[in-house]
Write a protein that binds this ligand. Structure first.
Ligand SMILES: Nc1ncnc2c1ncn2[C@@H]1O[C@H](COP(=O)(O)OP(=O)(O)OP(=O)(O)O)[C@@H](O)[C@H]1O
Ligand SMILES: [Mg+2]
Length: 232
């Protein structure tokens, strides 16, 4: 710990996963409720591949994705969390991995899927970081390599969950929603404009996405709760 600089420490503290460190907290319980609701919403339909997105930046996509991945893994599902945000990736920070290799390395055929996937400290949860950022994210994400990666991942995991960039900023999430079974839309209470949320929903629907849930991320409330956690 001693040699880490403050900025790094701050990043890691901020990204501590409540579902991992405090599974009994009310916030973790809420993530489990979301998990249950998603599972109920898909009784007759396959929901193996999920993306998490939002209208704009900073609404809690990455936090939601990581905690959802943890609660699915805690339920005994074999889970792969993929950092599909090829603009501002953060999954490698959350799980303290390097980002030298990842999704982009597999899509550009530099290494195999098997070599790129990392085992996390959480049982049943594997991680595929973004890898080096490419100049053409949307193109890579809609490539035949991506279809192939999904095919292989689906053989090995019960659930594959993707973090993505915001819908209103770039087309990546739309592209990915079209390839995946369901979309979770994060809305930040007090932050997301209603029009923006409606527009995001329209764009996703136009891409033939199935929105399986909307998560209301209330930063203020959660900050209090995370204070409660650290203060214990
Ligand atoms: N419920 C919450 N309580 C407290 N802090 C939160 C909560 N949700 C998100 N944050 C914090 O807000 C910041 C942005 O969250 P996050 O990275 O999850 O958003 P994002 O939508 O992935 O952002 P980006 O668009 O930049 O990828 C992070 O520092 C995160 O720790
Ligand atoms: Mg993010």
């Amino acid at each position: 710990m001693g040699i880490r600089n403050n900025k790094q420490k701050k990043m890691e503290t901020q990204r501590k996963l409540v579902t991992q460190h405090d599974p009994k907290s009310p916030i973790s319980e809420q993530y489990r409720t979301i998990r249950t609701n998603i599972q109920f919403s898909s009784i007759d339909e396959e929901l193996q591949t999920l993306i998490v997105t939002s209208a704009g930046p900073g609404e809690g996509k990455s936090t939601t994705t990581a905690n959802m991945a943890v609660v699915f893994a805690q339920q005994g599902k074999k889970v792969l969390l993929v950092d599909g945000d090829l603009r501002k990736p953060t999954v490698h920070y959350t799980f303290s991995f390097t980002n030298t290799f990842g999704l982009t390395s597999v899509l550009s055929k530099q290494i195999s899927f098997q070599e790129a996937v990392k085992t996390s400290q959480i049982e049943n949860l594997d991680i595929l970081p973004s890898g080096p950022l490419p100049p053409n994210p949307a193109e890579l994400l809609s490539s035949r390599s991506m279809m192939e990666l999904l095919r292989i991942a689906k053989e090995q995991y019960d659930i594959i969950i993707f973090d993505t960039p915001p819908v209103l900023v770039v087309t990546d999430a739309q592209v990915m929603s079209n390839m995946c079974d369901g979309v979770i839309l994060v809305v930040s209470s007090g932050r997301t404009e209603k029009d923006a949320a409606v527009k995001a929903k329209e764009l996703l629907t136009a891409a033939k996405a199935k929105i399986v849930g909307v998560v209301l991320n209330n930063k203020e409330e959660s900050k209090t709760a995370s204070y409660y956690y650290y203060g214990k």
